[in-house]
Ligand binder design. Structure first.
Ligand code: C5P
Length: 219
């Protein structure tokens, strides 16, 4: 069985998907981290983010790998572990720009389908139920109000010692949502056969239990 979890930025997809995967003993695949790794490389090398061809060729000539280390998923750009560097606001914005390029998405689709080939994966992203794994047995569309999503990110960042402002995060999330929903290539939308889970006011454990129940019902 494959499980696809899509939804807007900050809905808690990665935390929830990781926990669901470990409860089911499935492999967790965070597709956002792949777009983030590419975005990091563009940023790190000072390449023009607005140039689709440059960005697409960069992906073609380098390797993104997801590796499980100490119970956590790490993302590598060639031989460099970039996991710790891909969650900054700059890389987040860059990620949603590289993700708007059709030629980038085509390559990511191939990589992601390959990763899911052996089955029993929980994959999270924006287009998993609609494009990457349209035949997934379980599809979840996870969302929450913008305010709550921004607050969750804010608390995460504060805990890491960052001085982020809540209003800035709200704006950043709204911008990314807009870009993700309005791009031409595989825009963010709920698949027709996906179950909507609104996590506003729910704890992580409640969301995990709810998804496990849905899996039992549908799997
Ligand atoms: O999920 P996360 O916030 O880490 O994803 C970073 C960015 O990558 C998103 O804002 C989105 O633009 C893009 N993305 C995507 N398709 C996916 C996963 C992520 O377009 N399957």
């Amino acid at each position: 069985m494959n499980i696809a979890i899509d939804g807007p930025a900050g809905a808690g997809k990665s935390t929830v998907a990781g926990k669901v995967a470990s409860r089911l003993e499935y492999v967790y695949i965070d597709t956002g981290s792949m777009y983030r790794a590419l975005a990091w490389a563009v940023h790190n090398q000072g390449l023009p983010i607005a140039d689709e061809r440059t960005v697409s060729e960069l992906l073609q000539h380098n390797q993104i790998r997801l590796v499980r280390e100490g119970g956590q998923q790490h993302v590598y750009w060639n031989d460099t572990d970039v996991t710790a560097w891909i969650r900054t606001p700059e890389v987040s914005q860059y990620a949603s720009i590289v993700a708007s390029y059709g030629s980038v998405r085509e390559q990511m689709l191939v990589l992601q389908r390959n990763l899911a080939k052996q089955g029993n994966v929980v994959m999270d992203g924006r287009d998993i139920g609609t494009h990457v794994l349209p035949d997934a047995e379980v599809k979840i569309f996870l969302t929450a109000s913008i305010r709550e999503r921004a607050e969750r990110r804010w608390k995460e960042l504060l805990a890491k010692g960052s001085q982020a402002q809540l209003a800035d995060l709200e704006k950043e999330i709204a911008e990314r949502d807009y870009r993700d929903m309005n791009r031409e290539a595989a825009p963010l939308r709920q698949a027709e056969d996906a179950v909507l889970v609104d996590t506003t006011g729910m704890s992580i454990d409640e969301v995990v239990e709810k998804i496990l129940q849905i899996c039992e019902r549908m799997g």
